[in-house]
Design a protein around this ligand. Structure first.
Ligand SMILES: O=C(O)C1=C[C@@H](OP(=O)(O)O)[C@@H](O)[C@H](O)C1
Ligand SMILES: C=C(OP(=O)(O)O)C(=O)O
Length: 449
């Protein structure tokens, strides 16, 4: 699907944001890893959530829709082995499942239909960590397809020298200390945190190198605690001790609103005259909550009472300078607002944007500049010289198979002089299927072709 986005004159109304992508991933996984029935209230209805649900069903979980909620009968520490799992284009889903499957199955292969997006992303640091815990891994230089084996290597007979792990159980990881790099993605650390309680022995995780995206690790710790899992975490989130042989408990979870998706709505509302309310946004562990502070620093009229956000757009915006790492999934939407602000904006410490659904620095910069924006890049920075008068538009831009690129380009297109076509905009459904419908609900004109 392509979309044509027309210049907007006013946005007005209340818009319910999608449910949090990150909490949905974590609650679904924790529920599947518990024996017994859990209830998840308001899980996200996105492609990533659907991909995880498919994988969990393949592993033996029973998923029973209950209106807007989901009942999950988990498989505990004993999933059934489907042989192959396909997590769609969902990075967090893939990485969490690789670690959990390594801890619970003899052999499993992961594949994707998204060769140009998830197929290009690196997982080597996580695979190295799993190897330290006893897994044998085959991959294309740390990329999909990936096979993880913890049982006897294919063809190993009694004379092959292969020895059962000390736990005596075939197909399981061993405990001990595992070192994992934090410089590319926090998802590797979260993945180990989800898997460690399922291993028969204690695990100590040490995070090495530069450490990116701490807030999602806090989300993981929160969910593990809610699921009854004990973790001792250092204050700097560099060292964790997880006692072995724990059980996830079934329980009820409620998924909050999604700040990254809401940040796209906030940025859209900030760059045109508007009066927009976004409910279901609470003070939780989502780092993208900081989008409110960034937009306020830009001069936007925005308020948050811990339940909902109000924004009255149309004020002139000015450039800002922020470390973008704590709100990684809002950087693209905020960069779009910066394109329409007076002066220079710099989001620094964002190199790991290059390892997401596309290279969110080079690829996004290229598409924004086709619209008439003035965006430059450094290895770890997005640098914007704003055009408060708006951009030319009147061109066709590419989605780069990236939901956040699509949302960012849409925000800028609302302030273009001529309509903008975004190709393959259906990929927005990775996290926010209703994005265009919600913008139309606020009064924007967006045609789908
Ligand atoms: O743990 C998670 O669920 C996520 C962590 C972040 O990735 P990085 O840790 O790679 O920055 C974030 O961008 C992604 O959307 C979801
Ligand atoms: C990077 C993202 O997702 P993931 O890593 O889970 O694919 C995202 O949602 O922006």
């Amino acid at each position: 699907m392509d979309v044509r986005v027309y210049p907007a004159t006013r946005l007005e109304g209340t818009v319910n944001p999608p449910s949090s992508k990150n909490y949905t991933t974590r609650y679904l996984l924790a529920a599947a890893l518990a024996e017994g029935e859990s209830l998840i209230r308001y899980p996200a209805e996105s492609e990533d959530a659907a991909a995880l649900k498919r994988c969990l069903a393949d592993l033996g979980a029973e998923l029973i829709p209950d209106g807007p909620h989901l009942r999950v009968r988990g498989f505990g520490a004993n999933p059934r082995n489907p042989g192959t799992l396909n997590p769609g284009n969902a990075g967090a889903v893939l990485r969490f499942l690789m670690a959990v499957c390594a801890a619970t199955l003899d052999e499993i292969t992961f594949v994707t239909d998204y060769a140009e997006s998830l197929g290009r992303r690196p997982h080597g640091d996580l695979l190295d960590a799993l190897a330290q815990l006893g897994a044998q891994v085959e991959s294309r230089e740390g990329r999909l397809p990936i096979t993880i084996r913890t049982g006897p290597p294919a063809g190993a007979g009694s004379r092959s020298g292969w020895e059962r792990p000390p736990s005596g159980r075939v197909g399981r990881l061993r405990g001990g200390t595992v070192r994992v790099s934090g410089s590319v993605s926090s998802q590797y650390t979260s993945a180990l945190l989800f898997a460690a309680p399922l291993i028969g022995e204690d695990v100590t995780i040490e995070v090495t190198g530069d450490m990116k995206s701490r807030p999602p690790i806090r989300q993981t710790l929160q969910v593990l605690q809610e699921a009854g899992i004990r973790v001792e975490a250092g204050d700097d989130l560099r060292r964790f001790h997880i006692p072995g042989g724990q059980r996830y408990r079934p329980r009820e979870y409620t998924v909050p609103g999604d700040y990254p998706g809401a940040a796209a709505l906030m940025a859209a509302a900030a760059v045109v005259p508007s009066d927009v309310t976004i409910p279901r946004l609470f003070p939780d562990e989502q780092g993208e909550r900081q989008a409110i502070d960034v937009l306020r620093a830009m001069g936007a009229d925005i308020a948050h009472d811990g339940q909902q956000v109000w924004i009255r757009g149309g004020r002139p915006l000015r450039g800002v300078r922020f470390d973008g790492d704590p709100f990684t999934d809002a950087v693209l939407a905020l960069t779009a607002a910066a394109v329409l602000a007076e002066g220079e904006t710099v989001f620094y410490n964002v190199e790991n944007l290059r390892y997401k659904e596309c290279d969110r620095i080079s690829d996004y910069r290229a598409e924004l500049n086709k619209l008439g924006a003035r965006v430059a890049e450094e290895r770890d920075k997005l640098i914007v010289r704003g055009r408060p008068e708006g951009v030319e538009g009147g061109v066709t831009v590419e989605s780069r198979i990236d939901h956040r690129v699509i949302m960012g380009l849409t925000i800028v297109a609302l302030r273009a002089r001529e309509p903008v076509v975004i190709r393959d905009a259906h990929h927005v459904a990775k996290s926010y299927p209703a994005f265009f419908a919600d913008l139309r609900g606020l009064g924007a004109r967006v045609e789908e072709h």
